[in-house]
Design a binder for this molecule. Structure first.
Ligand SMILES: C[S@@+](CC[C@H](N)C(=O)[O-])C[C@H]1O[C@@H](n2cnc3c(N)ncnc32)[C@H](O)[C@@H]1O
Length: 263
């Protein structure tokens, strides 16, 4: 339901307040979804309006962390979109392995499912090669979880069983990445919209299911910066329903659907 006109600016002020408190700029995210979620959280907590919600968040660190947790949607899965991993495993990774060390970045890594899936596939298709995978996410709690490398049975629902068993140990009802996988990945908190990128630092950048929440100009600028982080000949993989809107402008050529090669 749309908000009455007199409430429109309280959203902008709320975003500015959250930016002052946390450095996270909610105004960069698509307003309709974000605003609906924020208003419904406030509502469920019995808080009358956004100015009051901002006061409550300013006074209570736990409430603020809980709020941020809910804002950044962390859904992920091992071997999410298996067709993407097939493409990576059959063509891209073997090609990258021929050049020596594979340096990869899981940008918006959530609790690490994407980074560990990549690590598992690298061990299979490029055994003996040095692989360094960095995962970053704005949500520090997800980063802490990612470092543990633990996944539920549901997280593994689309994982090929043989590959899963080769790289993960049983952990109660779920799975834990083997130590050799955990040595290949490093996780850190980071804001993709604000942190500087190191030009040419990576052979492979994965940024999947992150930009769906961003406005189009913010999304395009992020894709441009991710392209900068690739060395010539490196690859960017986006989500299976996503695309880079003007790849040539960022020095990228479409290599496969959802995969771009830096020229
Ligand atoms: C839906 S998950 C995607 C996880 C994984 N890439 C995948 O495809 O399964 C989106 C992640 O993006 C993170 N995120 C959102 N905004 C971000 C930002 N500005 N900087 C870094 N991470 C961000 C969220 O915290 C969340 O964990």
């Amino acid at each position: 339901m749309s908000q009455p006109a007199f409430q429109r600016d309280d959203y902008t002020e709320f975003c500015e307040g959250v930016r002052r408190l946390t450095g996270i700029d909610l105004a960069q995210y698509k307003r309709p979804q974000m605003e609906r979620r924020i208003r419904s959280f406030a509502d469920r907590r019995g808080i009358a309006g956004l100015p009051e919600y901002l006061v409550a968040l300013s006074a209570d660190r736990d409430a603020l962390e809980g709020f941020l947790d809910r804002m950044t949607i962390n859904v992920s899965q091992l071997w999410r979109n298996p067709e993407q991993w097939d493409r990576l495993g059959t063509t891209i990774l073997p090609e990258l392995a021929r050049t020596g060390t594979i340096r990869a970045w899981s940008a918006g890594s959530s609790y690490g499912a994407e980074a560990y899936t990549l690590a598992a596939i690298c061990r299979r298709v490029a055994p003996g090669y040095k692989v360094e995978i960095r995962g970053t996410d704005i949500d520090a709690r997800m980063v802490a979880r990612a470092r543990e490398g633990r996944f539920s049975a549901d997280d593994a629902r689309t994982a090929p069983r043989a590959e899963l068993e080769r790289a993960f140990d049983r952990d109660g009802d779920g799975w834990r990445a083997r130590p050799e996988l955990r040595m290949m990945v490093r996780f850190a908190a980071g804001d993709l919209l604000r942190d500087p990128v190191s030009p040419g630092a990576y052979d492979l950048v994965l940024c999947r299911n992150v930009v769906i929440y961003f406005t189009e100009p913010v999304r395009d600028d992020l894709h441009r910066r991710l392209a900068t982080a690739l060395r010539p000949g490196g690859y960017l993989m986006v989500g299976s329903s996503e695309r880079v809107s003007s790849p040539q402008a960022f020095g990228l050529a479409t290599s496969h659907p959802f995969i771009y090669r830096k020229s």
